[in-house]
Write a protein that binds this ligand. Structure first.
Ligand code: PLP
Length: 466
């Protein structure tokens, strides 16, 4: 399998290089040159497989040039054995034909574990083979940092430095990062805000001389293809559990960067019968505004009760735009260069095609809280604010009540207790047993000034072979 850039100029790469690269050199994102396609008969034959084995069937075509089958199987068995539920992605029924797929049974209680647990293992495998080392540098406002740290804690060839804004992440989120033990794990609290952290990471990728030429930076944000790939699997899993592929499914996906829902779009293209995909956003609704009015335009960032979806631009949307433009990289390049300067639209027939593929909705904080309360009163089931947005959008956009509607449950409610309180419920969501002592664990992190040179010199001194 070869991977090509959405902006059409960077060289095509194999899986190993795509894994180790962030953005393509032309500023684009890597996508597979062609997708595998599975027949209904083949998909049907996967019914009842354990999650890791299904993951093997769905993903192997993407990695087969780089990893022998047995090694990939072993890696997947290890990856998904750390999840706190036998089914890995269990389904919970809300109404006669309405479901939540719980994607928060991994070590850090958010769906990002599905991809980042695998990504850490993939990186270490490829680096071992190549006798190379990388430094992961990332900025986080919450979920990505902890999932990336958990995913890399056992990696021998990876040092990970995660920057978070000092005193501006929740205590649960900070502790999920700073209590993980490991010589290769480094938490930096920057005396600045999230944008400062992000700017430092960007600048460092641009000029890596502080590493002395002895190692290189790698990215773990959702522009990394391997993350998207790992998220395709659970669409197949949910469908097979509810009678697919002999009936079609609808999915509602709480989204910010368009990563998770893009994986659903790919599942459909790979042969899974999917009749509806709902884009569910919070007030940071650039995707919903585009879907409703064919205008892609950055607005001011709003802070909401669903912080993991607080974005201004949606980076993975570029991967869809590439398909909508008949995979014409030059057209995507022009469009996105213009989008950086002001609002853009696409040709009407392309936009109409996008509207056939996706429905969308934007849900504000009040409606998020109303939904948490409503579902708790109906089912005694607690939703986290991100998942609540998915359920609300599912109910608003549903086209056919005979088709099972599955909302992706992206986080455990105990990660976001404020939203539960704000919805007027007196229940307190409990952390699962494996995290019950989170507040007693020892924390390790270093506070640094809001200065890129200070951060870079810290990294330069503290990675393994420095
Ligand atoms: C990251 C995240 C999202 C958004 O996922 P994208 O792939 O960026 O669309 C939604 N919910 C939670 C809880 C998250 O952590």
């Amino acid at each position: 399998m070869r991977y090509i850039s959405t902006r059409g100029e960077a060289p095509a790469l194999g899986f190993e290089d795509v894994l180790l690269t962030g953005l393509a050199t032309d500023g684009g994102l890597y996508v597979p040159e062609s997708l595998p396609h599975f027949s209904l008969e083949e998909i049907r034959s996967w019914r009842g497989l354990p999650y890791a084995e299904l993951a093997y069937k769905v993903m192997y075509p993407f990695v087969e040039d780089a990893i022998p089958a047995d090694d990939f199987r072993a890696m997947l068995n290890e990856t998904y054995s750390v999840f706190g539920h036998q089914a890995v992605a269990p389904l919970v029924q809300l109404d006669s034909n309405e479901w939540v797929m719980e994607l928060f049974r991994g070590p850090t209680l958010a769906f990002k574990d599905f991809a980042l647990q695998l990504l850490g293992r993939l990186l270490d495998y490829v680096l071992e083979k190549r006798k190379q080392h990388v430094v992961i540098m990332g900025a986080t406002s919450g979920d990505t940092g902890s999932a990336a740290i958990e995913g890399c804690r056992r990696c021998e060839h990876v040092d990970i430095f995660i920057l978070h804004p000092h005193q501006r992440v929740s205590e649960v989120q900070r502790r999920q990062m700073t209590t993980v033990q490991g010589d290769n794990i480094h938490n930096i609290a920057v005396k600045g805000n999230f944008d400062d952290c992000q700017r430092m990471v960007k600048e460092s990728f641009g000029n890596q001389s502080f590493l002395g030429g002895k190692t290189q930076l790698a990215a773990v944000n959702s522009i990394n293809w391997a993350r998207i790939m790992a998220q395709i699997v659970y669409y197949f899993q949910a469908s097979l559990a509810l009678g697919g592929p002999d009936r079609s499914m609808a999915f509602s996906v709480p989204t910010g960067n368009f990563g998770d829902i893009f994986a659903g779009y790919l599942a459909k293209k790979m042969g899974l019968p999917v009749s509806q995909l709902v884009i569910a956003t919070n007030r940071n609704d650039i995707l919903h505004r585009f879907m409703s009015g064919n205008k892609y335009e950055q607005h001011q960032l709003e802070h909401t009760l669903s912080p993991s979806m607080d974005i201004m631009v949606s980076s993975n949307f570029e991967r869809l735009l590439f398909d909508l433009h008949g995979r014409d990289g030059a057209a995507v390049k022009t469009l996105l260069e213009n989008a950086a300067k002001g609002p853009v639209s696409i040709e009407d027939y392309r936009w109409k095609h996008a509207r056939k593929l996706f429905d969308s909705d934007a849900v504000d904080d009040k409606t998020t809280c109303d939904t948490i309360r409503e579902v708790y009163e109906q089912n005694e089931y607690l939703l986290d604010p991100h998942t609540a947005i998915g359920v609300r959008a599912a109910r608003n956009c549903r086209r056919d009540s005979a088709v099972p509607m599955i909302t992706l449950g992206t986080a455990h409610p105990a990660k976001f207790p404020d939203a539960i309180t704000e919805s007027g419920l007196s229940v307190k969501p409990q952390l699962p047993a494996h995290m019950a002592d989170l507040f007693e664990r020892e924390e390790r992190y270093t506070v640094l000034e809001n200065s890129v040179s200070e951060v870079q010199s810290f990294i330069g001194k503290h990675w393994k072979n420095a």
